[in-house]
Design a protein around this ligand. Structure first.
Ligand SMILES: Nc1ncnc2c1ncn2[C@@H]1O[C@H](COP(=O)(O)OP(=O)(O)O)[C@@H](O)[C@H]1O
Ligand SMILES: [Mg+2]
Length: 505
């Protein structure tokens, strides 16, 4: 029998408050040496806050941290490093003007006589690590010139080359390719076998199940529980994350699709990212669009929204739509919400009310004079209807949480009463509560007869909300599925390979 692993890190009743948010509420987590421990939960559940606390980037407002059996204050990232706590986060922390080798060995550069950096030695050491990790890049290049994916690999190289005792990976695979993810998981296993404790933060189920033997689940800043893996079935883990059954979470309604509302015929983007693609959508239907980054799914949204140059033919209720500008797309009946709020023309210095008003600008005039009272009433109704939590309609939009800003962005498009809505990553980076409300709004619009296209990188989201799912691969639609009874694996296979899964004989 192997001896029980020693607890390396313990968070005891840790609490962290931000203005208006209890990011962590009396959380207990114990991480053992030689164990990969998954920390999971929906967006906004407190995972990164936990990581930052352990890595000395922020301090708890309550509770305490124990490391190696001793109570500790980890006051700075340098103190964390000195304890052997190394973290790789979503936000890259590399120095862009320094070389790959310098970044890997930052703070521990090999020095020769007179304290000068021993460049040949530095570069040779860096090369050895890069080779071991199978990363192909010149160690003398400046990091700022590299792709995000390569930069992430450099962070990984830095982490594994420092003698870490606790490795924290905060969504470290989010910008990695499949192959690089697999390599990282191998590295994680090697480190674990050497006795390193690994805290792996992710909400990607396949990674959790392939790498971790225990998972702690956070929801709205609270620890829901700690469960063994793979002994806990995935639906159970997901239920812990979202706090309710998925069917309920997505508020799925019964589909009663009507006449064809949108007909896309050979639509292509001028830049070639979207090849001629065809698709139909009926009233009341929600169609999901899946695909990897660069598959053309984002361009489908942008083209339908008139936001990028495109060719092809698109009609709404039989009438051809001019997709040369966002304005003409809306005039034709297509409301598009892009995937980032800045692009969505949120007016950051303006109030919630003003941000709503732009949606119906020009509609509310009486003989050319703005109807102020009508305007106020309409803003109040919109705030209520779209569930926007704000101190007042006059509050500056940027004081709202991301989820509430997104409800304004969506609400002012929905308020136009169009026939077709095209939403690109509508729930990216927002908390579970807001997500669920946005799903509810989408279901309501569909029930009222709109056709909705949702483009998303989250397959579980598409499976939860869409009636039908199309999958893009290298600019083309390579699969189309009824969402009922569909498995995530089948979708992922088409997205990655462009071909459907072989049917079992
Ligand atoms: N610096 C900050 N200021 C204010 N609120 C924050 C800050 N960092 C995180 N939060 C809030 O704390 C909660 C938890 O965030 P986070 O730990 O980043 O979640 P996760 O990593 O699980 O997505 C969220 O509601 C988030 O908006
Ligand atoms: Mg996070």
């Amino acid at each position: 029998m192997t001896p029980a692993p020693a607890p390396l890190l313990r968070l005891v009743g840790v609490t962290k408050r931000y203005p208006g948010v209890l990011a962590l509420d009396r959380v207990d987590v114990t991480v053992q040496a030689g164990v990969v421990h998954a920390l999971t939960g929906e967006n906004g559940s407190g995972k990164s806050t936990t990581a930052k606390l352990i890595a000395g980037a922020i301090q708890p407002d309550g509770g305490h941290v124990e490391f190696d059996g001793e109570r500790r204050t980890i006051a700075t990232p340098a103190e964390a490093l000195a304890l052997g706590i190394v973290s790789i986060s979503q936000e890259l922390t590399l120095a862009p003007t320094l070389s790959v080798a310098e970044n890997i060995f930052l703070g521990r550069l090999p020095r020769g006589r007179g304290g000068r950096v021993d460049w040949p030695k530095l570069n040779a050491q860096a090369r050895a690590i890069l080779e071991e990790l199978d990363v192909h890049v010149d160690e003398r290049r400046a990091v700022g010139e590299l792709s995000v994916e390569l930069q992430q690999e450099i962070e990984i190289a830095r982490a594994v080359s420092s003698s870490a005792r606790l490795l924290i990976l905060d969504e470290a695979t989010s910008s990695l390719s499949e192959a690089a993810t697999a390599r990282l998981l191998e590295v994680v296993e090697q480190e674990r076998a050497r006795g390193v404790a690994v805290l792996m933060i992710t909400h990607r189920m396949p990674e959790i199940y392939s790498a971790a033997t225990v998972a702690s689940v956070l929801r709205d800043g609270r620890l829901v529980g700690e469960v063994p893996l793979p002994g806990t079935p995935e639906p159970e883990l997901v239920r812990m994350m979202v706090g309710r059954e998925l069917g309920d979470y997505y508020g799925k309604r019964r589909l009663s699709a009507g006449e064809t509302v949108l007909e896309v015929d050979g639509l292509a983007s001028a830049d070639g990212q979207l090849k001629p693609s065809s698709l139909t959508l009926r009233r009341g239907e929600i169609v999901g669009v899946a695909g990897l980054v660069g598959s053309g799914k984002a361009e489908l949204g942008l083209a339908l929204g008139g936001a990028i140059p495109n060719v092809g033919s698109v009609s709404v209720l039989g009438a051809e739509v001019d997709l040369s500008t966002p304005r003409s797309a809306i005039a034709g009946g297509i409301g598009f919400v892009p995937d980032d709020r800045k692009r969505a023309a949120l007016l950051p210095t303006r109030s919630v009310a003003e941000n709503f008003s732009v949606a119906w600008a020009g509609q509310l005039t009486r003989r050319g004079i703005l109807d102020v009272r009508g305007e106020r009433r309409r803003v109040r109704e919109a705030i209520e209807r779209y569930g926007v939590v704000t101190a007042s309609p006059a509050s500056r939009i940027t004081t709202l949480s991301g989820g509430n800003q997104q409800k304004v962005v969506l609400g002012r498009v929905f308020a136009r009463g169009l026939d077709v809505y095209v939403l690109s990553e509508p729930t990216r980076g927002i908390d579970v509560g807001a997500k669920s409300e946005i799903y509810r709004l989408m279901q309501e619009l569909a029930a009222q007869g709109a056709g909705i296209v949702i483009i998303s990188s989250e397959l579980p989201e598409l499976l939860g909300i869409a009636d039908r799912i199309v999958v893009f691969h290298r600019g083309e639609i390579r699969g189309e599925f009824d969402a009922a009874g569909l498995e995530e694996e089948a979708l992922a296979h088409v997205a990655i390979t462009g071909a459907p899964l072989e049917q079992a004989a």
